[in-house]
Design a protein. Sequence first.
Length: 422
Amino acid sequence: MPSWKVEEWRRPGPTAKQRRTDLWVGGSVAAVAVFSLFLLRSAGYLDNERSPVVGEQIFWAVLTTLPLAWRRRAPELVAALISVGFILGQVRFSPEQVVTTYALCAAIYTLGAWGQDRQRARNLRLLIIAVMFGWLTVSYALYHDAVSANLSGSSGELPELWSAIFLGYLQNIVYFAFTYLMGDAAWHAVWRRHQLERQAEELRAAQAAAAGRAVLDERVRIARELHDVVAHHVSVMGIQASACRRALEKDPAKAAPALSAIEQGARTAVDELHRMLGALRSSEAETDTAPGAGIDRVEEIVERAREAGLEVHFGTYGDPVALPESLSQAAYRIVQESVTNTLKHSGAGTLDLRIRYLADELELDIADDGHGGTGAGRNGMGLIGMRERVAVHDGTLEHGRRGGRGFRVRARLPYQKARTTA
């Protein structure tokens, strides 16, 4: 993403929980700073004729720490207040630096991590750091004699006073550089997480759109299959009607079987037409339907699976009945897709395929001993096609991991037995 877009992004403000946490932190740090101030006074570190009264010392300690209670809500204001309090406390010879130093560090860090206007946050941090180094330089110049008096002698190779001054600068350089860079790193970490979340949302939307397109394509393919079935039945009805007309002219008794066939064909065509209209959603889809693919050709799928190296156990149970052509095609496609998924995604060695003709429905039971199937075929387009085919025939579909190892698909497709003709 271009850098200008990175700069334009605004980090969401703190949550209610974060604001409550800041209040507790700010109050606690201020209390610790006041306690530290009394320890320093009692130890004699602030025993100076220029030190203000205890009330003013407490004021500067609180001013330099308590604003942390609003650090994430107003990071710019908090950083400015704490910086001013830190310097004025030293100017007034009330330098409680055990706690206030860390408070200044937290304020600069928070400004880098939570500042909404990145350019302004950057400039303000650099200004604070520059002012701190300026004050450090002024304090060395003003209190040169005091610094020299506090030195206890040196056995080193460099001048004692200049070594102390450069050491002070080096400590502050490391301190402020670390604080500045950590603030920027925290902000960029949140920005990267935001980008990942947005990309994940876009990916989920794209997957949902792809699944929707797959549903539409599958419904169109099913509808075209049903269209072929309806066209077949209508063609047969036309032939039977022609034969019936001739039979009525010569031998009316022979017309009865033709009329029965026309009646049965009309019912079947109407049923298939209803299914086709229910499935049809679009007029654009490629079809790969194999002509004549029906339940009677399942053994071809079994043979191909065996040739691919699977050990296949195949059985048909119950008394086979004549199925509507569209239902027979749907059953074939469900078996075909299940076996294809087993070959592609499961790593299975054994496949169990059972077709059961129950009282009023056809049951397809396909199970393997693979790793359970986590690929796209198990959770994606293949199952979408199965669900659509089963829904067209008012059936049910179950799929998922087996109790031990493997994946199972079980579909039930209701049917009505064909009437026998007179």
